[in-house]
Design a protein around this ligand. Sequence first.
Ligand SMILES: [Cu+2]
Length: 157
Amino acid sequence: MTLVALAATVFALVACGAGDNRPDVPPTESFGNPTATARPTNTPRPVPTARPGSGGGATAAPEPMGDNVVAYVGKDFAFESNKTTVASGMVVIYLRNAGPSPHNVQVRGNGVMQVSKTINANQTDQFTVNLPPGMYDVVCNIAGHEQLGMKVQLMVT
Ligand SMILES: [Cu+2]
């Protein structure tokens, strides 16, 4: 009877752990502590950094508002933006890094070259730059990222 109960416990533990894909954990480890209940959180493995509800995010600032704000979301490896055209003058360039790699946003063209801080996943940064009319390249200037696809254009009218 005890063996049956123990076997059931082991089965429950194995079943519980089936979701986290850790084949390196021997299913017999619970025999060392027969009173142990299933503790799916006892894994030392790092948790994915983008997991929601992890309590972080203090460095993420909300997207600024205004016609002169061009907001980019940086990903591995592309940019999305809220607009591709903006009026000339003082323009706010905003970046949110949707990660997982570090990224920045650089505006270049017509004698302008300005770059944000390089930020980690889930962080934001912004800068203001005076843009005369013309076409600009907007890139991540981390080595290789532009070539991987982090390049878009901004038209300033
Ligand atoms: Cu990048």
